[in-house]
Design a protein around this ligand. Sequence first.
Ligand SMILES: [Zn+2]
Length: 268
Amino acid sequence: MAFERFALILRSVRYGDDDRVVTFFSLEEGLLTGFARGANAAGNRFGAALSPLTFSSLLGRHHTPDSLFRLHKAHVIDPFPGIRNDYDKLVWAGLPVRAVLALLPHHVQEPALFELFLRYLCLLETERSSYALLWIRFSARMLRIMGFGPLAPVCQGCGLDILIGKVRFDPENGRVRCRDCSRMDGEKSREPVCQADSLRILEQFSGEDLRKSERVILSGHQEGQILDLIDQIISWHVHHWTFSGALPFLEKTAFPVKTEKSGHLSMS
Ligand SMILES: [Zn+2]
């Protein structure tokens, strides 16, 4: 008997001449690997439903509980054309794909994270700016769902509510220690240090809906600090995490063509 799975396709690789191996995040079973026989053949029955960054309905089954999910049929629910046709959005969409692939074990049902991911892609699809803020909100909630915090900057040692300055935090559970308490521990820890206010914002976002973004304005400096903090937390768990600051966001580069007074285009 075949089952329907609502899934975000995260990765799709060719296997042999005709088949594909597909990694997808499903509402019902979490992260799964599926096998699609004949998915590379011309006019195959899967169409575009197995392309990465597609929300699809998949029909298939496991032969044994741990075996690959054999895909029988698939159809596209949402192909997110607004993301696909925009290279900047593609980079921002790639961040949660990489994070979920690296952080989530297979076969662990995580419906709250699935809904969050889907909502992120739906909002990114129509969003015109503030991609970074959307990612910050997404990762704050993702980290909380996965049990990594973030917690408010209140020292676990002495109970001090730290308003400004630096704190040391534990990326395993989000717990924080003030400078004095971490000094008493002999500073032996490899635990990262961050700004207390960045942690406070992240903790606030971790309990809020992604769409509240229009009510918050972060300065460029603050945004950069929080992006860096998120990268620090994720890279603690993910060995080869690429920091978002190192990714090629096209909006930062000048468009190399300008219009002359004559109306002709020239390279700048
Ligand atoms: Zn303390």
